[in-house]
Write a protein that binds this ligand. Structure first.
Ligand code: NAD
Length: 455
């Protein structure tokens, strides 16, 4: 595959100006929506094949969210693309100030395997509505989805506008050598560093959607039944392979046992007595990830689950008790169906632990205490999160989604996706009817006047 040529041709196409009118962008999004709808069954099948995702989860998290996002863009983009008139200070008397919304040009989207369809297409929706051309590099770990993405994109768009380049690390690195106008990367923290280093060579702006250890805190005032239900759903959805899944549980020691009892009940209710025999239970993506996760099962003590099947690459929803920060499971993002439990007596212990570690992508707090909610929001830093829920903050176009510090740079969804893929070009339109002379060197008492104006 001639990667430099693909990019060259996209750049030429972009310069033709064809992607710029709003009507073109909306038409392309409409085509994309129709293609997703047309291929719904193939998408569900590919997700079943690569990850054993259930139809319901796959539709909800990989198809439904995209259709909604496209509808939102089509409905709102008209007001976003307009040049924005802003105020002008008195020092610039006579002029007009305008922010023009300019597409960056040709963008690179690198996607991970855990929501392999959604995380390739969701940034693409932003790139399209902002008027860019795009190259998508799907994950090689979900090959059926990768092939299908290529087929859908090839059938829907000319490659000079949008194309999929399949491949593994070498392909990704070959793409990163090119001079893109924007790079949107979703994946792990170590690869995020590689992407940013490559982008630095061309001073290409980046969005990095990374991961991290996202805590869930449950205090003694929480509604334990709801907390258990929402934690079990958020943690074991996609078998824990969700960037914003609760990574570990911080529970007030007084309510630990009743919470764990309820968690156990909900695991059984949602996945059955033997989740390994549940046909709808997502599998671990690869043997390497499976082995890494199984190695954690010897940390602390297994109080729920702990079983696994090497042939189907499944691990039952598992709770690990008697865990400390020194355990291997607490080092990096777990990214699997294993929830370690830590206890606390004072909320300050949670705040301190979170502050002492890399900033998480998400943070969830279950509490009825408003003051505690405010303390968590104002005293810890995290990408985003929810009070008394898990995951759902990602699924609204009104809340920008992204990390902070180690969990990422930049954000997207809804208008924020448009802004992410748009250069905001500021232009001052100066009058030629008169020329205020105060700035010029020959203006008498210039400094005095400048001091009066600029304070
Ligand atoms: P990954 O970083 O291994 O791979 C992501 C992409 O980068 C893939 O397309 C892969 O081919 C490519 N890649 C891998 N190694 C590379 C290298 N050395 N040079 C250039 N490209 C390379 O991530 P993953 O395992 O696919 O996904 C899991 C990670 O992604 C987790 O850390 C998870 O938290 C994170 N994630 C974040 C979000 C988010 O929205 N913030 C969403 C999903 C996943």
């Amino acid at each position: 595959m001639d990667i430099p040529r693909i990019i060259q041709e996209q750049k030429q196409y972009f310069l033709s100006g064809e992607t710029k009118p709003l009507s073109f962008r909306i038409h392309q999004l409409t085509k994309l929506k129709q293609a997703i709808q047309k291929y719904e069954h193939e998408i569900l099948f590919a997700l079943k094949k690569d990850l054993n995702k259930s139809e319901k989860d796959a539709y909800m998290t990989e198809i439904g969210v995209l259709l909604e996002e496209i509808s939102f863009m089509i409905k709102h983009a008209k007001s976003w693309v307009k040049p924005e008139r802003v105020k002008t200070p008195v020092t610039h008397f006579g002029s007009k100030s305008v922010i023009y919304k300019e597409p960056y040009g040709t963008v690179l989207i690198i996607a991970p395997w855990n929501y392999p369809f959604q995380l390739a297409i969701s940034p693409l929706i932003g790139a399209i509505i902002a008027g860019n051309t795009a190259v998508i590099k799907p994950s090689e770990l979900t090959p059926t989805v990768s092939k299908l993405l290529k087929r859908i994109v090839d059938e829907t768009f000319p490659p000079t506008y949008i194309t999929v380049v399949e491949g593994a690390v070498e392909t990704s690195q070959a793409l990163l050598k090119e001079n893109f106008d924007y790079i949107f990367f979703t994946g792990s923290v170590p690869v995020g560093r590689i992407v940013m280093e490559a982008a630095a060579q061309n001073l290409t702006p980046v969005t990095l959607e990374l991961g991290g250890k996202s805590p869930v805190i449950v205090d003694e005032t929480a509604n334990l039944d709801l907390a258990a239900r929402r934690i079990v759903w958020g943690k074991f959805l996609n078998a824990g392979q969700t960037c914003i899944a609760p990574d570990y549980l911080f529970v007030h020691e007084k309510v630990k046992q009743p919470l764990l009892d309820k968690i156990s009940d909900y695991i059984e209710k949602f996945y059955g007595k033997n989740p390994l025999e549940n046909d709808d239970y997502t599998r671990i993506v690869s043997k390497r990830h499976f082995d890494r996760l199984v190695s954690f099962l010897s940390n602390g003590s297994v109080v729920i689950g702990g079983t696994y099947n090497e042939e189907t690459l499944t691990i039952a929803p598992t709770i690990l008790d008697h865990i400390s920060w020194d355990d291997a499971v607490m080092e990096d993002e777990i990214f699997g169906p294993i929830l370690p439990v830590l206890t606390f007596q004072q909320i300050d212990e949670c705040i301190e632990a979170i502050r002492n570690r890399p900033k998480p992508l998400a943070l969830y707090t279950f509490t009825a205490n408003e003051a505690i909610q405010q303390r968590i929001i104002h005293e810890t830093s995290f990408g985003g999160g929810a009070m008394n829920d898990t995951i759902l903050h990602i699924a609204t176009p009104y809340l920008p989604f992204g990390g902070v510090g180690n969990s990422g740079i930049g954000s997207y969804h809804g208008k924020k996706s448009f802004d992410t893929f748009t250069h905001h070009k500021s232009v001052l339109h100066q009058t030629t009817k008169f020329d205020l002379p105060v700035r010029y060197p020959d203006f008498k008492d210039g400094l005095k006047w400048i001091k009066r104006l600029m304070k």
